[in-house]
Design a protein around this ligand. Structure first.
Ligand code: PHE
Ligand code: FE
Length: 293
């Protein structure tokens, strides 16, 4: 599996030494070693070979717009210049996971926070914290899509609002099941768009082709009730019809009453299928253990 950034874990604290008040650090692009650049190239080549036909076309267009196929770890300043021209977003470096509020604040201002470090050779298929490959290759291409770009900003604003209700853990599930592990059904069939999938060699096949996971129609409240796994491939994926629909529904729904309802409802397990679900594929759930996180 590929780990995926969630606005999580780190509680409000002072930024570490060397970081600015908003937790950003210089990417120090000149400090990447040849081995680090080579690691990026290796990961990039694998995904580039894997993704055509599996990923939503807007992702591949984003790679082009951003010229991400050039060798080496991208320089965030150059990347931001191109991205800014497309949708007004930029990419900033941070030391690792940042406090929720800091994360949301950046998104709400169209800044995507990315780790600067890259995984070691022994972590090629698995690592605990999101690295620059996951963050940049996984997340940034779709930020060139105007509708998805608006969704990410709206999510940041919604995140700030969720803190007032103590509701972040529900909203985090929405991020998980869309931004990180979302599937989309376009004219030519089921495609991946979530960053945790597109940056993962194994999950980019598993999410679409394997008989094990559930594939269910998008449903806001249902997704926010559903737990997720951080230790293995997902047991359930949720499928949207378009970014327009995703943006429209999340913008038009006032989440405050939803949070009230969620407080009364029980959590759903990672493999649950309910009578009211729109089931595209009922998973055999044969992969891995059934451990819950
Ligand atoms: N409409 C949500 C609210 O009322 C905010 C939101 C927008 C959340 C888009 C996620 C994505 O809080
Ligand atoms: Fe992520």
């Amino acid at each position: 599996m590929e780990n995926a950034r969630l606005p999580a874990a780190v509680k409000a604290a002072a930024p570490p030494q060397g970081a600015a008040a908003d937790w950003t650090i210089p990417q120090a692009w000149g400090d990447y070693t040849p081995a680090e650049h080579a690691m990026w190239d290796k990961l990039f080549a694998r995904q580039q070979a894997m993704l055509p036909g599996r990923v939503i076309p807007a992702f591949l267009e984003g790679l082009d717009i951003l010229r991400l196929s050039r060798p080496g770890v991208p320089d965030f300043d150059e990347l931001s210049e191109r991205l800014h021209k497309a949708t007004g977003w930029s990419v900033v470096a941070v030391p690792g996971l940042v406090p929720d509020e800091v994360f949301f604040e950046h998104l709400a201002n169209r800044r995507f926070v990315a780790g600067r470090f890259i995984r070691n050779p022994d972590q090629i298929d698995y690592l605990q914290e999101p690295d620059v490959f996951h963050d940049v290759f996984g997340h940034v291409p779709l930020l060139t899509d105007p509708v998805f770009a608006d969704y990410m900003q709206a999510y940041g604003r919604g995140g700030l609002r969720s803190l007032e209700f103590g509701a972040m853990h529900w909203l985090a599930r929405l991020y998980w099941y869309t931004v990180e592990f979302g599937l989309i059904r376009d004219g030519s069939g089921l495609k991946v768009y979530g960053a945790g999938i597109v940056s993962s060699f194994g999950e980019s096949v598993f999410a679409l082709d394997d008989a094990s996971p559930n594939r269910l129609g998008f449903d806001l409240r249902r997704m926010m009730r559903t737990r997720y796994r951080i230790d293995d491939y997902q047991q359930t994926y949720f499928v949207i019809d378009s970014f327009d629909e995703l943006l429209r529904q999340t913008l038009e729904t006032d989440f405050a009453p939803l949070y009230g309802e969620l407080a009364q409802a029980s959590d759903l397990t990672t493999d649950a299928v309910l009578p009211e679900d729109r089931v595209l594929h009922r998973g055999a759930q044969t992969h891995g253990s059934a451990a819950q996180s």
